[in-house]
Design a protein around this ligand. Structure first.
Ligand code: GAR
Length: 204
């Protein structure tokens, strides 16, 4: 029986597409039971529809505060029967309820704990990496806790940073690794269920 996953998106949905394709190709024992989007104009919506998925769009402005938004998002995941939530370019801080601890994974385009936290997303990360003169960068998939980019790390992959790199060059090189890292982390997580749930409860 394939694992039901919810994919939360704010952006273009390239990770979402990667998961759908891998599942369709039988390379990932998972099926997308929910796509949740927090931006009406996100490219991910059209991309999801291409695969017959109808995203649930929750707009933060329609909620009293971030707690109420989070509650609605996790309710949608429960209703869809999701076992695991993947934050695939989802840029909003969520309040993780107890029953989802150890079941929410995030991908971040740097080697955490460097260049993580509020304000570090997308191109901002790669600009900061270049400005600092780093010679390596990469991506991290980690469990999500109540802080931005903070929970226990599942997978990291590295790339070289070249002196001639633009932020776009670096983003492309890192993203190629992201497409490997996120499914790899999901596989590890699924293999470890429900042990991963217990492990996360003890982490920072
Ligand atoms: C990815 O590069 C992901 O690492 C990044 O957003 C992009 C989403 O791409 N996430 C963050 O920066 C989170 N802090 P996508 O919308 O095309 O899948």
């Amino acid at each position: 029986m394939s694992h039901p996953i919810a994919v939360f998106v704010s952006g273009t949905g390239r990770h979402l597409e990667n998961f759908v394709r891998l599942a369709l190709a039988g390379e990932l024992d998972a099926r997308v039971s929910l796509v949740l989007c927090d931006r009406a104009e996100a490219g991910a919506i059209e991309r999801a529809q291409k695969y017959g998925l109808q995203p649930v769009t929750l707009l933060p402005a329609d909620f009293e505060n971030s707690e109420a938004f989070s509650r609605a998002a996790f309710d949608a995941a429960r209703e869809a029967g999701a076992e695991t939530i993947l934050l695939a370019g989802f840029l909003r801080l969520l309040h993780i309820p107890a029953d989802w601890t150890g079941r929410v994974l995030n991908i971040h385009p740097s080697l955490l704990p460097a260049f993580g936290g509020k304000g570090y997303y997308g191109h901002h990360v790669h600009e900061a990496v270049l400005q600092r003169g780093c010679t390596i960068s990469g991506c991290t998939v980690h469990y999500v806790d109540q802080e931005y980019d903070h929970g226990r790390i599942l997978v990291q992959r590295t790339v070289p940073v070249l002196q001639v790199d633009t932020p776009e060059d670096l983003a492309t090189r890192v993203f190629d690794e992201e497409l490997i890292a996120f499914p790899e982390a999901l596989r590890l997580h699924m293999q470890a269920l429900p042990a991963a749930h217990g492990a996360e409860k003890t982490s920072g």
